[in-house]
Structures are given as C-alpha cells and as structure tokens.
Design a protein around this ligand. Structure first.
Ligand code: B1M
Length: 209
C-alpha cells in the first residue's frame, strides 16, 4: 500500500491518496511510515517540477495533500508519545525568503509530542526576529528550517546575527529541510543538521539530557 500511496500523491490523485491513508491507519500501519511515504512522493513531485512536467499548481496541490496527511496521522503519532516533564525549549522557524512550512510543522509537532516546549515563529522569519525571540524566551535550541537554496545564506546570516547579539553560546542551533546536509550545517555555522523529524527529536534530546 505504501507504494500505491506514493504513486497516488505523485500523480495528484488526491481522493485516492486520502482513502489510502485512511485505509493504512485503519489497518494499524505505522503513522511515521505513512509520513515518510508522503515525503518520498514530495521528492517525485519536485523532480517532475524540475523536469517541467509539473508547475506551481501541482506544488500547491502536493503541499495541501501533505498537510492533510499530516493532520490525519497526528492523532496516531500523539498516541505513541510518552508523557514526561518538559525536556527543553525550542525556537523554530523557516528563514527569511522561504515560505515552505510542511517539514517545519512536522518537526514542531514531533518535538511537542516528545515533551519539548516549542515556539514556532512561522515562515519567512528575519534574523532579527530570531534574535529578539531568543532574548524573550531563552530557548535551549534554535531550529532553522529552509527548502530553497537561498536558505543557506539566510541561515548563515541568522547564525551570525545570533552570534553578534552575544547569544550564540546560550543556544544549540539545528538546521533542516530537504536541501540541507552536514556540509551545509558547517557552512551555516550550526551545531547540527537534522535530516528528518525523528533525528531532530534525537538531537534535541541529546542536547537537553
Ligand atoms: Co517549493 N520547492 N517552491 N513549494 N516545494 C521545493 C523545495 C523544490 C526542491 C522543488 C524542486 O524544484 N525540485 C524547489 C527548491 C529548489 C531550490 O531552491 N533548491 C522549490 C521551489 C523552486 C519553489 C518555488 C520557488 C516555486 C516557484 O514559485 N516558482 C516557490 C518558493 C516560495 C518561497 O518559499 N519563497 C515554492 C513554493 C512551494 C509551495 C508553496 C507551492 C509548496 C509549499 C507549501 C508549504 O510548505 N506550505 C511547495 C512544495 C510542496 C514543494 C515540494 C514539492 C515539497 C516540500 C515538502 O513539503 N516536503 C519541494 C520538493 C522537495 O522537497 N523535494 C519543493 C515534505 C516535507 C515533510 O519535507 O520539508 O524536507 P521537508 O521536511 C522534512 C526534513 O527535511 C526535515 O524534517 C521534515 C520531516 O521529515 N526538516 C527538518 C525540515 N525542516 C527541518 C528543521 C530541522 C530539522 C529537520 O531543524 C530545525
């Protein structure tokens, strides 16, 4: 069913995709696997966009499907969570110039169900806003999300701004988003790269243990 779901999303068959997700949930499939399948479909959509088989409307439909699937699996993911005391505070946002928020929202949700207090600044967040909010809420961790190539330099600027404000030693900085990797994290001056939501949670737990 997983491959069918990837194909249905990638082919823009919205009704079929939603029916498949519901059937998978009813069959007790792992909700994380369903999210992974939807993310894999997003890669196919991106490839088709690059190949000019798809255009902006398809990106928008794909984004809507991804969000709807996220909402469908959230209750099941929440059931898997183990209640504990708050492990730490995370400030997260998609950096300036970038409005992709689906992955950031998944990361935010996974951090919340794993007992982190998360302040989500939303999308297109300027460096100065990150700095102001760090001063206000004093997070343990700052998470920068971005999916566009331009996000590399914006994240670097954001880390520099945090440094110039004298706040760099107070926070761990994590970056993530489809195009990021370890070398991007080094270029940006972050402490770590989170390839997916679960690794973001693992990193955060490691820093606050
Ligand atoms: Co856009 N888009 N998009 N898009 N979009 C990409 C990113 C792109 C790769 C598609 C492609 O060309 N192949 C490409 C970027 C190319 C580049 O710069 N390298 C692209 C482009 C070009 C654009 C526009 C410029 C298109 C245009 O207007 N001509 C435009 C830019 C707008 C802007 O931001 N200024 C644009 C717009 C959009 C929509 C608004 C239509 C929509 C987003 C809707 C939304 O977010 N609300 C959209 C979509 C849906 C995509 C694709 C198809 C899917 C993205 C997605 O949601 N993936 C994407 C193709 C792709 O990614 N291959 C594409 C699913 C999501 C769960 O994965 O976000 O990677 P992801 O998150 C993962 C991990 O990366 C990680 O955990 C998440 C869960 O596992 N993670 C973190 C994410 N953030 C993290 C933070 C962490 C740790 C881990 O710590 C802080």
């Amino acid at each position: 069913m997983k491959n069918k779901l990837i194909k249905a999303i990638a082919d823009m068959n919205e009704d079929e995709a939603m029916n498949l997700v519901q059937a998978m949930l009813d069959a007790g499939e792992d909700p994380q696997m369903i999210l992974d399948a939807a993310s894999q479909a997003m890669v196919v959509v991106g490839d088709r966009f690059n190949a000019q088989e798809y255009f902006l409307p398809e990106l928008i439909i794909a984004g809507d499907m991804m969000k709807a699937i996220g909402e469908m699996v959230k209750p099941r993911l929440r059931l898997q969570a183990v209640e504990t005391k708050t492990l730490g505070t995370v400030l997260i946002g998609t950096v300036a110039g970038d409005i992709h928020d689906i992955g950031k929202d998944v990361v935010t949700f996974m951090l919340e169900v794993n007992s982190f207090k998360v302040y989500d600044l939303g999308v297109d967040v300027p460096a100065a806003t990150f700095v102001a909010k760090i001063k206000e809420v004093k997070p343990d961790i700052v998470g920068l999300s971005g999916l566009l190539t331009l996000a590399f330099d914006e994240m670097k600027r954001t880390v520099e701004a945090i440094n110039e404000a004298g706040l760099r030693e107070q926070v761990k900085i994590m970056v993530g988003g489809a195009i990021m990797d370890e070398s991007a994290a080094r270029y940006i001056g972050a402490d770590a790269y989170g390839p997916d939501a679960l690794s973001a949670v693992t990193l955060a737990k490691g820093w606050t243990a």
